[in-house]
Design a protein around this ligand. Structure first.
Ligand SMILES: Nc1ncnc2c1ncn2[C@@H]1O[C@H](COP(=O)(O)OP(=O)(O)OP(=O)(O)O)[C@@H](O)[C@H]1O
Ligand SMILES: [Mg+2]
Length: 251
């Protein structure tokens, strides 16, 4: 007998805080991430979005509380990849930039280059495969960074303002790639990638996210499905801070 499919729990953050010296970047965060979600982190500068992404990726440790990733059946932990706001590129070809990650993950060099080429094709950079990655434009570097993450076939992709520096066309392209990556119907990979992304672009949040987490001073002040967040009647009464933020951003 099969009941309704319950999405697998990927990660549980339990009352986690992160302090940098005397400054509190995250203050008692509790949330759960399930497979297939597309979670947007929003909030003003310094509210803790990047720190939360880094905490999820294991780049910072909680000074209190815990972050627990569920064990996947076929591997030790869900595979995560993170995209930073300014992607770091090695002074090497685009192909090598992608292949190195795969090689470091244990693939043979020949296989790594083959998979890297497929990933470059996936983001529309096949023609730039042999170009020095440092000479690519900002938008191309963002797509290259996405190819690098994509090639690893992560279960979870963490993205810190992935389109912040892109022109409208490049932004649209990257959004389309992310939507494709997260789509349950895609053909290129066996299962959709769970996305967690920080964004200052509320239009993008509406287009891409299934769930919105609003942060303020390192705390989660609202955590709602996207439709309820933007259209629900309760935002102004139950979550006045989030409401004021959304109103301010869209004014
Ligand atoms: N490495 C660090 N050392 C000291 N303080 C830090 C460090 N990283 C973050 N902080 C502080 O933690 C708080 C949260 O920063 P964070 O970068 O997570 O905010 P953010 O929501 O990503 O902001 P933005 O929208 O500007 O990217 C800020 O007050 C910031 O100054
Ligand atoms: Mg940030």
């Amino acid at each position: 007998m099969t009941g309704p499919r319950v999405p697998a729990l990927l990660c549980q953050v339990q009352n986690a805080s992160v302090k940098f010296g005397a400054a509190t970047a995250l203050d008692g965060i509790t949330l759960a991430l399930s497979a297939g979600e597309r979670v947007a982190l929003i909030g003003s500068n310094g509210s803790g979005k990047s720190t939360l992404l880094r905490l999820l990726h294991g780049l910072v440790r909680p000074t209190q509380g815990q972050v627990e990733w569920a064990l996947a059946q076929d591997r030790l932990a869900p595979r995560q990849a993170m995209l930073f706001q300014r992607p770091y590129m090695l002074r090497a070809s685009s192909l090598t930039n992608v292949a190195l990650g795969l090689w470091l993950a244990g693939q043979r060099w020949g296989d790594a280059r083959h998979s890297a080429m497929l990933a470059l094709q996936g983001v529309g950079l096949a023609a730039q495969a042999m170009r020095n990655a440092k000479t690519l434009s900002g938008g191309q570097q963002q797509r290259l960074a996405l190819a690098r993450a994509w090639a690893l076939q992560p279960d979870v992709l963490l993205l810190d303002e992935p389109t912040a520096n892109l022109d409208p066309h490049a932004k649209q392209e990257l959004e389309a790639l992310l939507a494709q990556l997260a789509s349950p119907n895609r053909v290129s990979l066996p299962k959709p990638t769970t996305l967690v992304f920080a964004s200052h672009n509320l239009g993008q949040v509406k287009r891409l996210a299934s769930r919105v987490i609003y942060l303020e001073h390192g705390r989660v002040l609202a955590d709602l499905p996207t439709a309820s967040f933007f259209e629900g009647p309760l935002l102004d009464t139950r979550y006045p801070a989030a409401y004021a933020f959304v109103k301010g951003e869209t004014a």
